[in-house]
Design a protein around this ligand. Structure first.
Ligand code: CXF
Ligand code: ZN
Ligand code: ZN
Length: 371
């Protein structure tokens, strides 16, 4: 058993409190990772707020980065001392996993989100005698040390420093969600028009990926003027300030009345999704990647409007295969092409509630907890 400090949530809606917990001994397919940094993702806040259920008291955190300390008997992917990024987990055996789509693993929800246990129902984390929720995205990485399932582990280059890991931690969820949506699903063609609704870490990552398309028009849309400036740094060719401009009218002008070829909805707000779909042109596609903050959120779409070939596609984790995509993203970060550094702000573990406040109020785009 390993003792560690962790950010624990006692019950739905409660803030994080720093406490000492114990990690179970690593099973054959588990890895003990010293966490260097863990990004805060909107989904952590959605689960904290109760729109997605979890076992509380429990430990969240699903954008971990760190160094392998110990490995279970059957682990072959990594060895002690290896630098790793942590991502979502999957079963590795179902028809979706076998087809290279682990984000659509048939066991995605129980393994990553709601259970707080290993797949066999056993508790990976304790506080004293009490079983607490763990295995969040196979990692529960808001802790100095985490017990991680091998399927969540992606080995990265040995010469990445702790400071690098503290910037690239968000690659494991938010960044691959935005970039994967563009490169794996929407695949914009040269000369096309694409708008990204919401310019947080996921939206900015989508903008970056889309900006690699030759001659594309990339429209960034947000309520915060400062984020629109950041969006230009990530490759947006045009911006719309939704707090002062009529989004539908501006998109109409920018597309000369033709409508968008692609839209990406990252806010999780149903009204914004509706605006995005209405703004599509003939044969246009809207990727839905924002998780709503309330359970059961719905949107109504005009059937006649859809008949012109409009497509709406929900996307989890960019439909990424983390072991394939993350090393590519690390290279783009290291080459200076992907300006992730400019949106990351660091917080200590005991500042995690300030980090959530700053993210919530739009002060920090991507908070990363530095352990
Ligand atoms: C989540 C979004 C809500 C559904 C599961 C995956 N992505 C990452 O935070
Ligand atoms: Zn996430
Ligand atoms: Zn699976």
């Amino acid at each position: 058993m390993t003792e560690t400090r962790a950010a624990v949530i006692e019950s739905t809606g409660a803030p994080f409190t720093i406490d000492t917990i114990t990690l179970d001994e690593p099973r054959a397919d588990e890895v003990v990772v010293r966490i260097v940094a863990a990004g805060l993702c909107h989904t952590d806040l959605v689960v904290q707020g109760g729109a997605i259920p979890f076992k509380f008291p429990g430990v969240l955190g699903h954008e971990g980065a760190g160094v392998v300390e110990r490995v279970g008997a059957g682990v072959t992917k990594v060895k002690p001392g290896d630098k790793v990024l942590l991502s979502f987990t999957s079963c590795g055996r179902c028809v979706k996993c076998r087809a290279g789509h682990p984000a659509y693993c048939l066991e995605f929800v129980p393994r990553n989100l709601i259970c707080g246990t290993r797949p066999d129902g056993s508790a990976p984390l304790h506080r004293g005698d009490e079983e607490i929720g763990g295995s969040f995205f196979g990692q529960s990485s808001f802790a100095e040390v985490a017990l991680v399932t091998e399927r969540s582990i992606v080995k990265v280059a040995d010469d990445l420093s702790d400071d690098d890991l503290a910037i690239i931690a968000p690659l494991g969820c938010g960044v691959q969600t935005g970039i994967g949506a563009i490169w794996n699903i929407l695949k914009p063609v040269p000369g096309s028009t694409l708008a990204v609704f919401g310019n947080g870490a996921v939206g900015l990552s989508a903008i970056y990926a889309a900006s690699q398309t030759p001659d594309a028009t990339i429209v960034a849309i947000d309520l915060v003027a400062e984020r629109l400036e950041t969006a230009k740094e990530f490759g947006a060719t045009h911006t719309i300030d939704a707090s002062t401009q009529d989004v539908a009218e501006e998109l109409g002008k920018l597309t000369k009345g033709l409508g968008l070829d692609y839209a990406v909805e990252t806010t999780g707000v149903p009204a914004v999704l509706k605006t995005a779909v209405l703004a599509l042109g003939v044969d246009g596609t809207c990727g839905v990647i924002g998780a709503p903050s309330v359970a059961g959120a719905e949107v109504s779409l005009g059937v006649q409007d859809m008949l012109v070939g409009k497509k709406v596609i929900g996307i989890t984790e960019g439909d990424s295969e983390p072991e394939t995509l993350l090393p590519v993203l690390v290279d783009l970060y290291r080459s200076g092409s992907f300006p992730l550094r400019s949106i990351v702000a660091h917080y200590k573990l005991d500042e995690i509630n300030a980090a959530t406040d700053d993210m919530h109020h739009g002060k920090t785009i991507k908070p990363v907890i530095r352990l």
